[in-house]
Design a protein around this ligand. Structure first.
Ligand code: 6PG
Length: 473
């Protein structure tokens, strides 16, 4: 019987929850994974749910109404390729396969070409929101054939998170566009998390605040009227308030080495692949910070050989400093979104994807990890100027950052004077300062290149003129 409207392959927590989400919105779902025990136990676990547990991949395909809509929630890389290979001979013209994992977008482009040549439709779709999002409303970023999208759209819109700006899903563009937008989402996620970690460190070590006290600050910052309010701020407030069995903050007992699955690093890879490449120093700093944190043994050794000076007790106005930290976080966060949006725009131009920047901001307003109040302001900036090259060129963001920049500098100075690393916050500040400096010192860089390698230079009084060489030495 071909009565299932959707099929889900891969029944880890994300696959299981997306299947449940689809079913609860009225779409009967066929489920399958290589391990039959898993299929049977999922069907048994959700006995009241309209799941059809298929025995074989062929049965699974047969149980789907046409055009078949198959969501793959398998591990990125080889497993996506082998599942797609297995499906290919079983599918018919017009059927749609969607890879909902975090795949490298060039793999998606390759897979799209392969399926398109076979008359099939392939989508690379970023899914954000973790297990709760998958079950009750994720943000989804699909890329693929636009006409085929119409067959998937009703269900995707139904299961997505909803905000006052609509369902958190949109057609991002052809082939790798969706996975690229999701990858940059993750880059921003890394940067935002790193900024929050730095703020927590500054409040803890400079202001002598404990986790519970910092939790209160984050909870306050998550108010409806605060421009910094976001899901990450919200969960940080909750995490910092959690007690271990002995009543002490549990977060203080978590090993300080951050892991990563690679999407932050990929974001940097894409930024460097662009021509000209796109500076995303805040995102780069976030990836480096995770890597550096993982060198725990070396850090411990270094802390003995080159110990930091003890941090003196803070004697200034604590409430005012917390206010400055808030503003520094906001300014740095604006820069981090500016870098991410810039990268998406560059990739979209490069690959002719025609990604809508405003739509990208819109679908991040709910469901995903970086959902934040700031996204409303970002949407408005694109309303004011559709082809805005950098958020910092928007008059509203520009005046907001200009106003809070002194507080931002104050916090970076405080941290740096105390030997507390704030790589994301300080690199955002350097990005801001460099971006708004009409004349940078790279005249000297050019002169050096010409001096040691005859690489030539252009003249300030003739910026579009010919390249010249000078015998400097
Ligand atoms: C999301 C997340 C998710 C990602 C985790 C962990 O949007 O729901 O981005 O896709 O897998 O955040 O990523 P790392 O292990 O790299 O931190």
């Amino acid at each position: 019987m071909s009565n299932c409207e959707w099929g889900v392959i891969g029944l880890g927590v994300m696959g299981e929850n997306l299947a449940l989400n689809l079913e609860s919105h009225g779409f009967p779902v066929a489920v399958w994974t290589r391990n039959q025990d898993t299929v049977q136990s999922i069907v048994k676990k959700h006995s009241g749910v309209k799941f059809t547990g298929a025995k074989t991949m062929a049965d699974f395909v047969k149980s789907l109404a046409r055009p078949r809509r198959i969501l793959l929630m398998v591990k990125a890389g080889g497993p996506v390729d082998s599942t797609m290979e297995g499906l290919k001979p079983l599918l018919e013209k017009g059927d749609i396969v969607i890879d909902g994992g975090n795949s490298w977008f060039e793999d998606t482009q390759r897979r799209d070409k392969d399926y398109t040549a076979a008359g099939l439709n392939f989508f690379g779709m970023g899914v954000s929101g973790g297990e709760t999002g998958a079950r009750f409303g994720p943000s989804m970023m699909p890329g693929g054939n636009k006409e085929a999208y119409e067959h998937a759209r009703p269900a995707l819109e139904a299961i997505s998170a909803k905000t006052d700006s609509g369902p958190c899903v949109t057609y991002c563009g052809p082939d790798g566009a969706g996975h690229c937008v999701k990858m940059v989402h993750n880059g921003i996620e890394y940067a935002d998390m790193q900024l929050i970690a730095e703020v927590y460190d500054v409040m803890g070590r400079c202001l002598g605040m404990g986790a519970f006290e910092i939790a209160d600050v984050f909870q306050k910052w998550n108010s409806d009227t605060d421009p910094i309010a976001s899901y990450l701020i919200e969960i940080t407030g909750q995490i910092l308030a959690v007690k271990d069995t002995d009543g002490a903050p549990l977060v203080d007992k978590v090993l300080d080495t951050a892991e990563q699955k690679g999407t932050g690093l990929w974001t940097n890879r894409l930024a460097l692949m662009m021509s000209p490449s796109v500076p995303i120093p805040t995102i780069a700093a976030a990836v480096d910070s995770r890597v550096l944190s993982s060198k725990r043994n070396e850090r411990i050794e270094a802390s003995k050989i080159i110990p930091a000076a003890p941090i003196p007790e803070f004697t200034g106005d604590k409430a005012a400093m917390i206010g400055a930290i808030h503003d520094a976080l906001l300014a740095a966060k604006i820069c981090c979104y500016a870098q991410g949006m810039y990268l998406i725009q560059s990739a979209s131009d490069h690959y002719n994807w025609n990604v809508s920047m405003k739509e990208s901001a819109r679908i991040w307003k709910g469901g995903c990890i970086i959902r934040a109040k700031l996204l409303d302001a970002i949407m408005k900036a694109y309303d004011r100027r559709l082809d805005l090259p950098n958020l910092l060129l928007d008059e509203s963001f520009a005046s907001q950052v200009r106003e809070i920049a002194p507080a931002w500098r104050q916090v970076v100075c405080l941290a740096q004077n105390m030997g507390i690393p704030v790589p994301a916050m300080s690199s955002s500040l350097a990005y801001y300062d460099a971006y708004r400096t009409a004349r940078l010192p790279q005249n000297l860089t050019q002169a050096q290149r010409d001096a040691f390698g005859a690489h030539t230079f252009q003249r300030l009084d003739d910026p579009d003129g010919p390249h010249a060489h000078h015998e400097w030495l």
